[in-house]
Design a protein around this ligand. Structure first.
Ligand SMILES: Cc1ncc(COP(=O)(O)O)c(C=O)c1O
Length: 384
């Protein structure tokens, strides 16, 4: 029972039952380093006897990630949700926060958890990220921050949002859970916000099973995040402000090292599948796929497809489910419909949410499988 509850929802079938013996394909498949590699890494941790509390494996992973992502202000944490909560705290964000309704629930729930009031700005229907013009309309005397998501790793309009934040004296937080390694205009995506958060969950491109990070540009904020993740400890008997337990263990960090060893392969093999989907689906003029700008170095984290109508998306789900393939309605529902955020309506986000699906995409995905899924999507649409 507990096993069922804990199964990640990204790996749960939506509906439809595949025929017996059919291989099931979920929206993502966690990249697993060889078990021998894990055994070797674990045995060195076992020898040291140190399993957590800012151990050497974690410190080395943080250093590698800082170098790989060109993110000197990176602080590793135990997940991407705690990263969002700590970002809000470390920047002293309170009262109203302008948020996107088109994201995973953690973006908005973490703001509410931190006692902020989410104010939804609608999204740009092409980029799928928060619309800067809508953000401007949402600003009041109580606004203290903008919390925007780089949706599917596709960056927000970072220049427009920076200009709005500066003009109105607002903090700018990016939920970069999907944007590991992305660059805009040659600069790392994490360099654009006051804090950018990352998720290293097992469903993500780079993972530590569970894990995450916050990247801050101001060294004082980096220091605050580092205190906050460790109960506020500034030494065994001294405290620097209030903190929680946001630490990443040595075992999680070890998995991170092993996944990072393969990161170039992970991204390039995803890229192969991503481009193949794009080519197959380009033949269907009515579909919208992610439009990555020329200024963006993308990470191929997701392959979302926007259909003409919800009915069409649902038909594709049924067709694929019958073949043992489980795309995901991601993000659905639009977060302005959350019961604890009542009263605001974002029509564009609701519309997009109702008719978007993410197709299966993972490292080492067989291109024949991509072809099969792409063709099934095409066939399902042509029958509508
Ligand atoms: C956009 C977005 N934000 C935040 C999170 C939360 O990250 P985590 O699962 O590491 O807490 C996720 C992860 O699923 C996500 O997709």
């Amino acid at each position: 029972m507990i096993k069922e509850v804990n199964k990640n929802i990204e790996q749960l079938p939506v509906h439809g039952v595949p025929q017996d013996g059919m291989e099931e394909v979920f929206v993502t498949r966690t990249f697993l380093p060889a078990v021998e590699e894990i055994e070797a890494k674990l045995s060195s941790i076992w020898k040291s006897g140190i399993l957590t509390n800012n151990g050497v494996v974690l410190r080395e992973l943080e250093e590698r990630l800082r170098n790989y992502l060109h993110a000197p202000g990176l602080v590793a944490l135990n997940n991407g949700t705690v990263a969002l909560q700590l970002a809000i705290r470390a920047l002293d964000v309170r009262d109203e926060v302008i948020v996107t309704p088109f994201s995973y629930v953690a973006t908005v729930s973490s703001a509410v958890w931190e006692k902020c009031t989410p104010v939804f700005a609608d999204i740009d229907p092409t980029r799928l990220t928060i619309d800067p013009r809508s953000v401007e309309h949402c600003i009041t005397k109580k606004t203290t921050a903008i919390l925007a998501t780089h949706v599917f790793g596709n960056p927000c309009d970072v220049n427009a949002l920076r200009s709005i934040a500066d003009r109105h004296g607002l903090k700018l937080i990016y939920d970069g859970a999907h944007s590991f390694g992305v660059k805009v205009d040659g600069a790392p995506i994490t360099s654009y916000g006051d804090v950018t958060t990352l998720s290293f969950h097992a469903t993500k491109l780079f993972h530590t099973v569970e894990g995450g990070a916050a990247v801050a540009s101001d060294p004082e904020v980096v220091q605050r995040l580092a205190y906050m993740r460790n109960f506020g400890h500034a030494g065994p008997e001294a405290f620097q402000g209030i903190g929680i337990n946001g630490k990443m263990s040595e075992v999680h960090a070890a998995i991170g090292h092993l996944v990072l060893d393969h990161i170039d392969h992970i991204i390039s093999s995803r890229k192969g599948a991503w481009l193949r989907y794009r080519d197959i689906l380009a033949e269907v003029g009515t579909l919208q796929v992610l439009n990555i700008g020329p200024d963006v170095e993308y990470n191929y984290a997701y392959f979302p497809v926007l259909f003409r109508a919800e009915q069409e998306a649902l038909r594709v789900i049924s067709t694929l489910n019958a073949q043992g393939v489980y795309p995901r309605r991601y993000f659905y529902p639009s977060l302005d419909t959350l019961p604890y955020c009542s009263g605001q309506v974002c029509p564009i986000s609701r519309d997009i949410s109702s008719r978007i699906l993410c197709l299966p995409l993972f490292a080492d995905m067989d291109l024949a499988l991509v072809d099969r899924i792409g063709r099934a999507v095409r066939d399902a649409i042509s029958k509508v």
